[in-house]
Ligand binder design. Sequence first.
Ligand SMILES: *Cc1c(COP(=O)(O)O)cnc(C)c1O
Length: 372
Amino acid sequence: MAHVRTYSSRPVLTVNLTALADNYKYFAAKAGGARIGASVKADAYGLGAGIVGRALYGAGCRIFFVAHAGEGKILRNSIGAKASIYVLSGNTPQDTAIFFGSKLKPVINSLTQARDWVKAIKAVNHAPRTALHFDTGINRLGIPAEEAEVFADDKELIAALDVDLVMSHLACSGDAEHALNESQLGRFKRISARMPMVPLSLANTGGIYLGAKYHFKLVRPGMGLYGGKVTTQSDKEGVKPVVELHAPVLQIKTVKAGETIGYDGSFTARTDMKIAIVSAGYADGLPVNLSGSDKRIVTSARLGKHRVPVVGRVSMDYTILDITNYDGFVELGAKAVFFGENLEEQAAHARTINYEVMTHLGARCRKIYVNE
Ligand SMILES: *Cc1c(COP(=O)(O)O)cnc(C)c1O
């Protein structure tokens, strides 16, 4: 059986660094005078924080956000000493040495973190500066309203923290009509007015689309940089897709009418069928909810110019495609493509969100970074 000259069974995640840089420039333009602080937590949403961080740095980015100190250390080693790296979870007792060693800035989310940090920096000469993160209504991590009063009144504590950014985070920025946006904006303005005169930041990707009054001095896009759509009006989002999952065809076979396909026999061939076994499964981040059963075909992959349905259960390493109606010749090693410009659609097919799909793609796939 003919096959493309050389191929591996290992699925490939392609990350388009040119599209990434273009998305960076798109948000820089959209945010007007505001600076960009790129969210590269969770290994840059699964795409590889080292290389993605360097590419963003190359595009001009000098401010980064990660979730944990360990992520910050990896990023620091990749992008060098000049950029600011904020750790969104803030300082935790076990990680203090990493903050100092890698010059990471903690995002202070509570009085406890503030007091711990002030205690810890007594022992060092050049402590990193900090950000204050106020909870203005998301009711997730962040300084709650009653603690905000204590910060506002404690000038000594504020001085010791050497704050260089005051921020908050929007809960519903993907929905421009949601009342919480205005409410959080109002609370953020009130609390930040009582803080030192430092740059302010409120907007994640969705917040950037809400318009100039949400931009302040710094915006914090994540998903948008990686080509993801985040709002209820996705046709207005001018980002380019960055990520595709390529699953090579390992085998082609015919199945007789009446036979079942895959685990649990959840799909029955109604006619004689031709199927392709492709090399990517849920261990590669392909959601098991994309499985096609007798009840319902859920999604399809792109093979050449065609869309071919996923039939049977997505398994750990393999997925099965119906190529009965494919009118061309399918070579072994040919790539079945998932996500790309269909990321949101396929995440919806899997009954999840593009964020979750993307962060799960990096674990086993070989990552190939392309510039075009
Ligand atoms: C994850 C995160 C962001 C980035 O959000 P996106 O929706 O990916 O743009 C910004 N700020 C905070 C505090 C975050 O946790």
